[in-house]
Design a protein around this ligand. Structure first.
Ligand code: FAD
Length: 317
């Protein structure tokens, strides 16, 4: 079932999760244990991230180094299919522009369609590890907007090969990313909102936000979206802080602010277990406020911490 149908049919705020495929070579069992734990919360859907291939240098037998491409976390489509089979829960695969040609994207969409998956989250992806700025695949898309347009075309039965006409229409519900604190590359918030509006107008059915630790930033963002005519649901993305290291890492990676009160409380902790308690309490307060304001879904970035999320959900249900 589509994310938007889940939202339409819901009588109260829904729960959803984002998980990452395991690093190549690691067992999938750990991920399934992780999902087993969070199933208790009856998620409406589970998102599975997509990871672009990276260029790495491998030492050859002759001692020289060879540059090769490695996808460290493959398996998004397979994990989505297993989630649907094992748990009868809808899976939302992320699709990214970075590193993919339009044809590879089309083939991935065809695979998803055959598997009965009718949701995608359409993203640009970040710059490759060895690049400063994002650069698209030679035959790929530069912006998530172009990916949204490709999915919309396929939903209309329009394939890349122009002689395939009105055949095999897909029926994907399309999510797009939004940034309550602005996407880090955008010159200003208005420009970012303008680009978000373009994704929504092109066919984005809902928005999932980057994580935030201050609900007011989310509420302001929703208001700003409404002011420019965006009526689609805005799903808040949430994550608990669980260590002091994250005070630096999270703003560095995700370009979001951590409120002073939360920073002070984490800094006062003696152990990571104490940090986890503080982060859990903070997230519980965030969730209670968001539920009171009737947000459609609470979307949790579980990032390997299912028990923390479980404790939060038990506290708010
Ligand atoms: P876009 O919407 O393309 O925007 C990127 C930047 O370009 C923005 O600054 C925007 O304002 C600007 N822009 C957009 N259109 C135009 C235009 N026409 N002209 C000029 N500028 C424009 N990354 C992954 O690699 N894998 C994942 O699974 C993944 N999941 C994510 C899930 C969520 C909910 C979120 C919020 C992010 C996720 N990301 C993921 C990270 C995401 O790929 C990065 O934040 C990326 O830098 C931007 O992606 P986007 O889809 O928002 O890009």
């Amino acid at each position: 079932m589509k994310v938007t149908d889940h939202i339409k049919q819901a009588k109260s705020t829904l729960i959803s999760f984002e998980i990452l495929p395991p690093v190549k070579g690691k067992s999938i069992d750990h991920l399934f244990q992780h999902i087993d734990a969070i199933m208790e919360c009856k998620p409406a859907f589970i998102n599975v991230t997509y990871h672009r291939a990276e260029q790495v240098f491998k030492k050859r037998i002759d001692g020289n180094f060879q540059q090769i491409e490695i996808r460290k976390r493959p398996g998004t489509v397979g994990i989505c299919a297993s989630i649907m089979n094992r748990y009868s829960v809808d899976a939302v695969p992320h699709l990214i522009c970075g590193g993919f040609s339009k044809e590879e994207t089309e083939n991935a969409l065809i695979d998803l369609h055959y598997l009965g998956i009718d949701n995608v989250l359409a993203l640009r992806g970040d710059a490759a590890a060895n690049q400063k700025f994002f650069s698209p695949h030679e035959q790929g898309h530069r912006y998530a907007l172009d990916l949204v347009k490709q999915v919309v075309d396929l939903n209309k039965g329009k394939y890349l090969e122009e002689d395939i006409l009105d055949e095999g229409k897909t029926d994907f519900c399309i999510g797009v990313a939004g940034y309550p604190e602005k996407h880090y590359e955008s010159a200003n918030m208005d420009w970012d909102l303008y680009n978000l509006n373009a994704k929504v107008n092109a066919g984005g059915d809902y928005i999932t936000t980057q994580m935030f630790f201050d609900n007011q930033k989310y509420f302001n963002f929703v208001d700003q979206c409404k002011q420019i005519g965006i009526e689609q649901p805005v799903i808040p993305g949430l994550k608990p802080l669980t260590s002091k290291k994250q005070l630096q890492a999270i703003p560095g990676i995700f370009h979001v602010e951590i409120p002073t009160d939360l920073t002070k409380a984490i800094m006062a902790c003696k152990t990571d277990a104490d940090c986890e308690k503080v982060g859990t309490q903070w997230l519980i307060a965030q969730c209670r406020d968001l539920i009171a304001k009737k947000v459609p879904v609470l979307h949790f970035y579980t990032l390997g911490k299912p028990n923390v999320i479980l404790n939060v959900i038990k506290a708010i249900m």
